[in-house]
Design a protein around this ligand. Structure first.
Ligand SMILES: C[S@@+](CC[C@H](N)C(=O)[O-])C[C@H]1O[C@@H](n2cnc3c(N)ncnc32)[C@H](O)[C@@H]1O
Length: 261
């Protein structure tokens, strides 16, 4: 609450404390009441203030894009570990791919926290790509993160190859009641569900990734709390090996990584 008042007034938190004798103008009070009502209607704070902290970066967010979740930081952490383990020299580039980039969260956090990684970030959504490009500029990462529009691998060139392919695709089943609850009501539906069983994006990603991974390259995907087993099987069926389960801070299986056999 203090954070929101301070943001709306344009005062620092310490000014809020030191100026506690000042009365607020009627204009501010009525603007505040309208703002408060938006929150009471359930609008996510991140959309109201236009920013969300993710990993060690701040991202602009707006209703056209998914609000990055803390669970997704696990995917970033594993991706950075893999890229660092490649032990490339200072002049050698690593190539990473972020499928369904949204606000650019995964692509930008990876670029920010690794040296010489070039990230290609793909999304179908025009609104998402505008926000992601804005975030890349704000973070001064536009020279190492490039954005393409299209469905999954479609915008890539046939000979593109990556050390890492990361994705947090829309994985909620179309009939899941959570889609009509809480923050999810305000987020773009195509960022949340594949309008099917929640597995279609993985079927495409597992089928196509082998053509775009370098030898020794890593595929890593985030998934729903109950999808680990079925996705491990899909990865095996697609010929992947070294399948690792990654658990979030709540101990829930949240991501799977795998390499090519
Ligand atoms: C769950 S959101 C993830 C956003 C961001 N990577 C993050 O972790 O915060 C899924 C993203 O996939 C995008 N998307 C959905 N279908 C897609 C497709 N067929 N091809 C590319 N991107 C797609 C959505 O627009 C959305 O931005």
């Amino acid at each position: 609450m203090t954070h929101l008042i301070s943001q709306q007034l344009g005062w620092s938190k310490s000014a809020l404390i030191s100026r506690d004798q000042e009365s607020l103008s009627p204009e501010f009070v009525s603007a505040w009441q309208a703002f408060e009502q938006r929150r009471l209607n359930g609008e996510p704070v991140a959309y109201m203030v236009g920013v969300k902290g993710f990993y060690n970066i701040d991202l602009h967010v707006a209703p056209g894009v998914l609000i990055p979740r803390p669970e997704t930081e696990l995917l970033v952490e594993c991706s950075i570990k893999h890229l660092e383990s490649l032990n490339k020299g200072p002049l050698e580039k690593s190539q990473a791919l972020d499928l369904g980039t949204g606000s650019g969260a995964i692509a930008l956090a990876i670029a920010k926290n690794t040296q010489n990684t070039f990230v290609t970030a793909i999304d179908m959504s025009t609104d998402a790509l505008k926000i992601a490009q804005h975030n890349a500029q704000q973070l001064e990462l536009s020279d190492r993160v490039s954005f393409l529009q299209g469905s999954w691998f479609e915008p890539l060139k046939e000979d593109d190859r990556f050390d890492l392919i990361a994705s947090n695709p829309p994985y909620i089943r179309h009939e899941d009641p959570h889609l009509t609850e809480g923050d999810l009501r305000f987020e773009p539906i195509d960022a949340l569900t594949d309008h099917h069983d929640g597995l279609n994006p993985y079927r495409t990603i597992f089928k196509e990734s082998p053509s775009f991974l370098k030898p020794g390259g890593l595929l890593i995907v985030e998934h729903g709390y109950d999808q680990s087993e079925v996705l491990s099987q899909l990865l095996k069926n697609a010929g992947f090996i070294d399948i690792q389960i990654h658990f979030d801070l709540a101990g829930i299986a949240r991501a799977l990584s795998a390499k090519l056999g």
